[in-house]
Design a protein around this ligand. Structure first.
Ligand SMILES: C[S@@+](CC[C@H](N)C(=O)[O-])C[C@H]1O[C@@H](n2cnc3c(N)ncnc32)[C@H](O)[C@@H]1O
Length: 221
């Protein structure tokens, strides 16, 4: 980040994984999320009460922002947004040499992925017409974003209990609890729990996670 002020807009900040960890490097972070639950959780996590962080509850498409920002970060959140509305906003909010960073994370393949992705996920996904796509390529093809570079982090191993693994699916677009019926969410959780338990009788698994950041600029059409 070269421009001043060292202010960051973190869109779809969730519980503030990016906002809270960036604070030691920048002057201010505005973290925006439409989920009140996520924002309230962010506030009580480490660094969540830092005076430099403004938690803003609302849609990125609509909330009042305080530009200019030298960096805009989006961690696993752009899929949900109305790109034709947010990208022109991002363009206007960024400083002259500002960047947008699209942050993603992938888990290494697990032995139950076949059953999970071919049977359970297609049964319960709320977005049945979903076709997997490469986010950055899609944004570039629509002239909304121009990629300047990318970097992947080294894989990190971590232990996760089955309950947290099951819950992690509800942060995905097609499995958000707001969009699923209670009955469907319960059915999905039970099937995933049953499948994974066969492989993890101790109730815990070891996952490998790789983080990746792509940086570039929102473009003007
Ligand atoms: C998968 S979570 C990622 C959270 C966080 N960025 C992280 O990396 O841990 C995606 C978040 O984006 C938020 N979100 C999605 N669309 C949004 C929108 N249009 N406006 C504000 N928040 C949005 C959701 O509420 C959710 O908390």
């Amino acid at each position: 980040m070269t421009d001043e002020p060292k202010a960051v807009l973190d869109v779809g900040c969730g519980t503030g994984l990016i906002s809270r960890n960036l604070m030691e490097f920048v002057d201010r972070v505005d973290g925006v999320d439409f989920s009140e639950n996520m924002i309230e959780t962010a506030k009580i996590l480490l660094n969540g009460n830092h005076p430099g962080i403004n938690w803003i509850c609302g849609l990125v498409e609509e909330v009042l922002l305080s530009p200019p920002y030298a960096l805009i970060t989006a961690g696993e959140s752009l899929h949900w947004m109305d790109w034709e509305v947010v990208f022109p906003r991002f363009r206007e909010c960024l400083t002259r040499n500002g960047y947008m960073a699209i942050v993603g994370q992938k888990n290494s393949p697990m032995p139950w992925d076949g059953d999970l992705f071919k049977k359970i996920i297609p049964t319960y996904a709320t977005n049945q017409d979903f076709v997997p796509y490469n986010l950055v390529e899609e944004l570039e093809s629509r002239n909304l974003f121009h990629k300047n570079g990318e970097k992947s982090a080294k894989p990190v191993s971590f232990q996760q209990i089955i309950e947290d693994y099951v819950e992690s699916f509800h942060s995905m677009n097609g499995f958000s609890r707001e969009r699923m019926t209670e009955e469907a969410a319960h059915g999905f959780d039970s099937e995933v729990r049953e499948l994974v338990s066969k492989y993890c009788p101790e109730g815990e698994m070891e996952l490998q996670s790789v983080g990746k950041v792509v940086w570039g600029n929102p473009t003007t059409k």
